[in-house]
Structures are given as structure tokens and as C-alpha cells.
Design a protein around this ligand. Sequence first.
Ligand SMILES: NC(=O)c1ccc[n+]([C@@H]2O[C@H](COP(=O)([O-])OP(=O)(O)OC[C@H]3O[C@@H](n4cnc5c(N)ncnc54)[C@H](OP(=O)(O)O)[C@@H]3O)[C@@H](O)[C@H]2O)c1
Length: 298
Amino acid sequence: MLPTGFAPIPVKLPKILGEDLAGVVVEAPEGSKFKEGDRVFAGTDQFFKSGDQGGTDGEFVAADEHTVCLIPEGVSFLEAAAVPVAGLTAWQALERVFPLEGKRVLIHGGAGGVGGFAIQIAKAHGAHVTTTCSSAKVDYVSKKLGADVVIDYTKGPWEAAARESLGGERYDFVLDTIGGSYEAASLRLVKRGGQLAGVGATGPDVARVSLLGMAALLFNAGWRTLMGRLGLAPKYHFVMTESKASRGLEQIAELMREGKFKVHLDRVFPLEELAQAHEYLEQGRARGKVGILIKAMD
Ligand SMILES: NC(=O)c1ccc[n+]([C@@H]2O[C@H](COP(=O)([O-])OP(=O)(O)OC[C@H]3O[C@@H](n4cnc5c(N)ncnc54)[C@H](OP(=O)(O)O)[C@@H]3O)[C@@H](O)[C@H]2O)c1
């Protein structure tokens, strides 16, 4: 959003971009649970800060302690840096429907950052996972991420395929990372008492980022939340990701330690090619995560 020049709140320029980080602690305040030399990762909340505070696309970053978590042994800095914001988003979307044992979950955009992490979290918690992606990524989401049913949305109406895959039954939970018409269609697939969490607005029929588009998104989220609360539609919530490590990053670190959560890096760009990295991300075609290498340290 910010790289395109649009900000929903006033932003002081120049601004350093980037919300994910992984690196080594160079300085920690007295009484901190971290010390110099600790290998850490974090998702900062720089989006809401002004100027050069907190942006992670640089060699040194000041991060709030509550956002920081130790990197599990055996995980590289690049892998760790790929996790925070997408991982926290996936976790915070799913946690409301824990426990997931035996539940049927539909995750849109399974080949992307949020969707791919959500598949792994849902599988680690015992859910049956159906996901949508394009043809070239079917093998990736089934073999590498472990989705039970993969629907190639380029091959025809995904809605019918999603319904058929459960033999006409409905889903306990849908995670929609696409938005637009995906949301309305997905709500029809949620069973009574089930839920839908929305996180994104990047689908083919979603208005490009603008103040009007933002207002429409917020109005839509408010309306759907109200309908869900009144019992006139499935429960709905739009996830606004919180950067506190205790809201998902620490739990994901534990899954990584247990080998139940892996990071798949689609491409890694050097810092000098940050603009190209953003252009690539804007295409929304990544298979897993895109990394920025600032300084090799592993
Ligand atoms: N609410 C929040 O606080 C929050 C936080 C983080 C992210 N987000 C939002 O969440 C969304 C996803 O983020 P991300 O980081 O996962 O993006 P991403 O890594 O760029 O992934 C997007 C994925 O969507 C897939 N896709 C595109 N069109 C599709 C379609 N019609 N049906 C199914 N899959 C489709 C693409 O794969 P294919 O090639 O398979 O289509 C791609 O892998 C974005 O809109 C982002 O802004 C929101």
C-alpha cells in the first residue's frame, strides 16, 4: 500500500518501509528479556509511526520489545524475516476458531504468504484444509504445505468445487485473503455457527487502493460484522494484525521448533533492489514469501 504512494493515514516523509525483520540485538535496555547478540525476529508496527521510526528496510531498526521473539534454533535469518506480519495475520485469523481438531477450513490464496502460513497452522492444529490457488502452484500447496484439497481457481468456478469437495457440506471456517466477490461467495459456504475472517483486498475485482476503496472496505467489514452479530449471516471479522509477539509469533516459533511450520522463500532481493522487490510483490503472484537481504549473517 505505502510503496504505491497511498496511505490511509497521514505519513511523514521520508519514510523507511518494511515491517518484518530478523537480525541480532545490538542494544537492549536494562531489564529487557533480550540481550546483545540474541538472534531475534519481529513484526514492527511502523505503519502507524511517522518518518523513519521502525521501518525495517535498513541495517539498524528500533523495535518495541513486545514485538520481538527469539528465532528458533535451525531457522535462518532470511526464513525468520519472512514470518512475522504474514504469520501473525494467519494466526490471529485462525485463533478465534481454535481448537481446529476435525474442523473443515477453507483458505483462499494458499500460495501466498498469509494463506500458506495459515494452511500450516491449521494443519498443525488438526483441521481439514481446502485451499484455492492458480495452476502452477497446486503441487506447492498440496505437497509442501500439506493442504488436503486444492482448488485451481483458473479452471472454473471455485465455489462449486469447494462445495463438492465436502460432499455438499459447509465449512466451519473460511479465511479470505482475496476479498471482493470471494467474500460474498465464501459466506455462502460457511455453515450455521461458522465464521469467516477477512484479511485482504487484493482480488481481481477489488478496487485499487484509494481512500474510497478503503472506506468501502471498512463499511463492508462493519456491515458484515453486524449481520453476523445479529445472527443473520455467519460470524465475520476483519483481521487488523497486531504486532505483539505473544499474539502468534511466539506460538509459530514453537511450531517451527517442532518442525510443523516451514518457510518457503519465493525470491530474495538485495536491499539495492528494493523497488524491484516491491514491483514483484505488487503482482501478487508470489509462491510463499519474498525476502530482502540487507546483510548476510548466517
Ligand atoms: N488485515 C491485515 O492486517 C493484513 C495483514 C497482512 C496482509 N494483509 C493482506 O492480505 C492479503 C494477502 O497478503 P499476502 O502477504 O499473503 O499476499 P501475497 O503473498 O502476495 O499472496 C497473494 C496470493 O494470492 C494468490 N491469489 C491471487 N489471486 C487469487 C485468486 N483469485 N484466488 C486465489 N488465490 C489468488 C496468489 O497466488 P496465485 O498465483 O495462486 O493466484 C498469491 O500467492 C493482501 O491483500 C494483504 O494486503 C492484510
